[in-house]
Design a protein around this ligand. Sequence first.
Ligand SMILES: Nc1ncnc2c1ncn2[C@@H]1O[C@H](COP(=O)(O)OP(=O)(O)OP(=O)(O)O)[C@@H](O)[C@H]1O
Ligand SMILES: [Mg+2]
Length: 216
Amino acid sequence: MHIQALDIYKHYGKKLVLRGVSLNVERGDIVMIRGPSGIGKTTFLNILSGIDLPDKGKVIIDSKDITKMNENERAKFRLNKIGIIFQNMNLIEDLSVMENIALPLKLAGKEWKKKVNELLKYLNVEDIKHSFPMELSGGEMQRVAIARAIANEPEILIADEPTSNLDDENTENILNLLKKINKEMNMSIIIATHDQRMENLEGKKYNMREGKLYEG
Ligand SMILES: Nc1ncnc2c1ncn2[C@@H]1O[C@H](COP(=O)(O)OP(=O)(O)OP(=O)(O)O)[C@@H](O)[C@H]1O
Ligand SMILES: [Mg+2]
């Protein structure tokens, strides 16, 4: 699995947020995109995952340009290939922890029970499986969001600010989990963050500045 973003541009109204962003991600890479709030990290991740389309530029995943697909094709592609941990986690309030994690498996038409049980154990959320998102702590919510994102065993995991609202202990916990997932499942992980505590994570580091990405 090889991901390539080529010369991405995106504006909102009069504001040109992305001005030629390119990025190359190889299978198994951990890539960190840093930069201050409002710089365009989420905008870029949404384009990488095909949630949003760029004004200009391409996103090539597995030699397919996803910007050329229609919305349905992109949604299907995403369901199987890309797991996303959203900045606000997007857990579904009316569904229990278990049901939230089962959702992508059900959408993909897969047998879900065994897999959900494995994930509940893997992410250490088994004892809250019948709870609803509103009843969870920040760290628990984040672990459930990770479980849901990796349920279909995607080759790419996108994590948007996975630690920003967590205390040090939970941050450490999430960092270790992401490392473990990267290693054990050979998933490429792309993380957007402005959290200094993420600096310990080994990987390729980039800074977003004035609409572009710079290595370092
Ligand atoms: N749907 C939208 N409509 C209009 N403007 C938007 C929209 N989404 C983002 N923006 C603007 O684009 C800029 C980049 O936003 P983005 O969410 O990508 O930043 P970010 O780097 O992820 O910030 P943070 O670290 O706070 O999450 C911001 O100025 C934001 O207000
Ligand atoms: Mg953001």
